[in-house]
Ligand binder design. Sequence first.
Ligand code: BES
Ligand code: MN
Ligand code: ZN
Length: 481
Amino acid sequence: MALTLSTARSAPAAAELVGIGIFKGADLPENLPSAVLESRGFDGSLGKTMIVETADGLRAAVGLGPAEDFTANALRRAGAGFARATRRHKQVALSLIADAVKEIDGLDQGAAAEALAEGLELGAYRFETYKSKPARNDLKKVTIVGTTSAAVKNGLAVGAAIAEGQMLARTLVNEPGGTLTPPELATRVQAMAKSAGLTCKVMDLAAIKRAKLGGLLGVNRGSTNPPRFVELTWTPKGKVTSTLAFVGKGVTFDAGGLSIKTGAGMMTMKCDMGGAAAVIGAMSALKAVDVGVRVKAYLPLTDNMLGGDATRPGDVLKIRNGKTIEVLNTDAEGRLILADALSLASEAKPDAIIDLATLTGACMVALGPKIAGLMSNDDDFAATVKAAAEAADERVWQLPLPADYSSQFESSVADMKNIGGSHGGAITAGLILQNFVAEDIPWVHLDIAGPAWTDSEDPENRKGGTGFGVRTLVQLARTWQ
Ligand code: BES
Ligand code: MN
Ligand code: ZN
């Protein structure tokens, strides 16, 4: 765990400062120098933290936003702002759940503690593996003051575990594509699985050939790095009543293949395993959350390069389920490897399948950089995933899967082409994926091309990988029956 989070009746003597939550528009407490805070522009805005000296020592005013808008999600953002602002201090205390917040009607203390822990951890996150001089980040311990209830303690532990999963996803995305090759990624997943109570099966090139994963093999053909296919399983205590399948696109670098991308288009393409990273991060937290259903993860891993024997436009690939695809644009590679993964997931007959993929630039055109596209073959499961995403404060928006659009990818030589027409590319990609999901299995596809990565900072995110999807997947698993 990056931070040590604990609870105490009052601030420990070793705490170098104490944070105090303040709602926007509310009067400042008497022990804070209101003139100083006001002159420095502090107004209780959510995510803003300002450190001030007082006669009693250092205090931090922690903005909570308007009281009437306050939710557990606001607490995540406030915690993130606080962790960022106090990074020069080793040990700090925070009085949030105690005073202001406990008066809020309907706010569950456990859920509040969970969101707060997530915010604290995420706000303190940095990716500095390759910095010879890492930025100063001293924060080690945060004590939540004013309550020692079991619900709050447990919420802090669970929130920290979920945040750790999200930070793992971020770090995997932030690792350079030349470093995090498919074999290296598989090795890291194996190590994670051991400590997270998961079983892990890794298929190498020979096993992938035996399993007839023609999409994965076709995309890998232009690379000198071999592919991997990783399966993870979480098995709950007691009788297994239901099984969820998580599928994640794991393109460790997307150069586009022979249909090569532009230099600018390639710049962030180490993020193209963001779907796999989200699944890996979520799987890592299932034990801590004590998920009561079985969860299986399917991760096809390859890069998309353009070596001398790369898949050529016009080549035909045979996917695991027997269907054939004419590859007319090698840059539409995600659907090819997901086709194999969705076929394999379907064979195990889970109760529902959700896939996450940085699949199309078209989805970013439709929804912008911060909202994922959601597509589904089942309205009930779509509603369940939307509810999970809302509870996790990750934004999704449903796009339709109109059957008649499938004529756009009819092929004269194979069962289908791997591309549709020039408009609605997020939808045609979703329709192509639907061909590889067993018809009677509820399925949701999340196109996370936008939100998997960010070029702008906010309290909870730094430039680079965001770990988008981890919280939604964990929420889905813990509420699934
Ligand atoms: N990985 C990209 C999609 C992407 C773009 C993710 C930008 C994140 C940010 C995907 O493999 C891709 O290249 N898609 C093509 C599909 C097209 C060739 C039909 C695209 O979106 O241009
Ligand atoms: Mn591509
Ligand atoms: Zn891609």
